[in-house]
Structure formats: structure tokens, C-alpha cells
Write a protein that binds this ligand. Structure first.
Ligand SMILES: [Zn+2]
Length: 260
């Protein structure tokens, strides 16, 4: 189950399934001042300063009990690529990945979203964790099951993996066009596309959460191992940064996980 926690002015979501320090930020509790960034923002690409973003990381990660300088992140590219990282990578910002996996304590994995699906995974017993930014391309490309495979390679056991799917755009708001349907059909087949893209009149709406859950289930994760946040970011742009709700004039949220 997901629930909101606060630490002073900071408000973030946690899942009771994961069993290791983690959190999904909201818009609340940071130092960014422009209205569309305020106040917790993790990107400099829409007009915020490096200093504000660094301070936001300090506030958010400290509240989670994670060391701000231990973070590893990426200029995400909507791929399905997951990178293994260690303490040698602390502080790095990678170019060509949308997910991270580690079995090392003291390494904080960060993914950033503003409608895309943030997914945190952990086998707390084995001490193996992963974080994934699943845009629709990454989702359909299988970034979530890719993260699970990497975790198993590092000694996680399939039965002990727990998955938390954070707030993201849901099928109430994620209207898609024919080219999207064609691309999903080409990559995963018509049955998959039909199952996760619903029609409402002439419009079509895609269910990214359902797609990720289906691909995780195919990879051997049972639905009971997956915890899904109920919130749609696009329905609640006062609480979450939403690309679609703001037509791109927005900040970015972070999901963080680490073993201490
Ligand atoms: Zn919605």
C-alpha cells in the first residue's frame, strides 16, 4: 500500500511493500520558487538552478535517510536500458540509461518522472535494488522485466522481489493516437495493445501501469508482489509535476531507493 509521509514541509509517497529506504517525491517541500517548478523539482532543463536542484536533493534524500552525495542518476532517454552501478558511480549522471540496479550499500538510485512511470524494486533480504523510469517506449521495450533480470543476476530471488509503481499518468488522462497504437502493436502484438489501450468514443487511452504489471507478471512476478500508487499525476497537478497537464511547462519528480 502507498501512503503519503511528511517531514516538515516535505511530502512524499512511500510503499509499505519495499522494505528498504525509498520515496517518491511530490511537488511539496523544496526550495524551487517559480510557480510551475514549486517547490520540489529535480531538473535544470526547464529553468531551475543547479543550486536549487542540489538543495532539493539534500532535503528529499536526507528525509529518507539516504546520503545526498550517494545518488546516481541519468539524462533519461526513454530506453529500456538498465545499468549496474556501484559506489564508484556515486555522483555520476549517466547519458544512455533509464534504470539502475545495485547490490551495494551506500548507493542511491534515482529516476525522474513527470507522468512517466517510476518503478522501484527491492529484494530486501538479498540486498538487491533497482529503479526504473518507464516512459511508454521503455515500458513496451520491457525496462521493468529487464530490471528484474538484472536483480536475479545479482542474487535476488524472484519470490522475494517487491515492486512499487509510483504515481504516474493513468488511463483516465493518457490519450494516445494511432501511431502509438501501431508502435505498441508492432512491439508487443495486437492482443497486448488491445488489453492495455481502451477506447472511449473515437479516442484511445493507454494504461502504462497495466502494461508494466503485465510484463512483470510475464517475468514471474506475481500481482501480489506489485504495489501500485492510485494517484494519476495528470489528475492532480497541484500535488505532482505532470507534463501533459501543463503542456511541458513543469518540474520533475524523483524516486529514490538505497540500501544503507
Ligand atoms: Zn488522470
Amino acid at each position: 500500500m502507498f501512503y503519503l509521509k511528511n517531514h516538515g514541509a516535505l511530502i512524499y509517497n512511500v510503499s509499505d511493500a519495499i522494505g528498504v529506504p525509498h520515496g517518491f517525491s511530490t511537488r511539496a517541500g523544496g526550495v524551487s520558487t517559480q510557480e510551475y517548478l514549486a517547490s520540489m523539482n529535480f531538473t535544470t532543463s526547464t529553468g531551475d538552478s543547479e543550486a536549487n536542484v542540489a538543495e532539493n536533493y539534500r532535503i528529499f534524500l536526507s528525509a529518507l535517510g539516504l546520503e545526498p552525495d550517494s545518488r546516481v542518476s541519468a539524462h533519461q532517454i526513454h530506453s529500456a536500458r538498465v545499468r549496474y552501478v556501484t559506489e564508484a558511480d556515486r555522483g555520476r549522471v549517466f547519458d544512455d540509461y533509464d534504470g539502475f540496479v545495485t547490490d551495494r550499500p551506500g548507493v542511491t538510485l534515482i529516476v525522474k518522472t513527470a507522468d512517466c512511470v517510476p518503478i522501484l524494486l527491492a529484494d530486501a533480504e538479498a540486498g538487491v535494488i533497482a529503479a526504473v523510469h518507464a516512459g511508454w517506449r521503455g515500458t513496451v521495450g520491457g525496462i521493468a522485466p529487464n530490471a528484474v533480470s538484472e536483480m536475479l543476476r545479482l542474487g535476488a530471488s524472484l519470490a522475494n522481489v517487491r515492486v512499487a509503481v509510483g504515481a504516474c499518468i493513468h488511463d483516465c488522462c493518457f490519450e494516445v493516437q494511432g501511431d502509438f497504437v501501431d508502435a505498441v502493436t508492432a512491439l508487443r502484438g495486437a492482443e497486448f495493445a488491445d488489453a492495455h489501450i481502451r477506447r472511449k468514443g473515437s479516442a484511445r487511452y493507454a494504461d502504462l501501469v497495466g502494461m508494466n504489471c503485465a510484463l512483470l507478471t510475464e517475468a514471474g512476478i506475481t500481482p501480489s508482489q506489485i504495489d501500485v500508487a492510485a494517484d494519476c499525476t495528470c489528475c492532480a497537478p497541484f500535488l505532482y509535476h505532470s507534463h501533459r497537464a501543463t503542456k511541458g511547462k513543469r518540474g520533475t519528480m524523483a524516486a529514490a531507493i538505497g540500501i544503507v
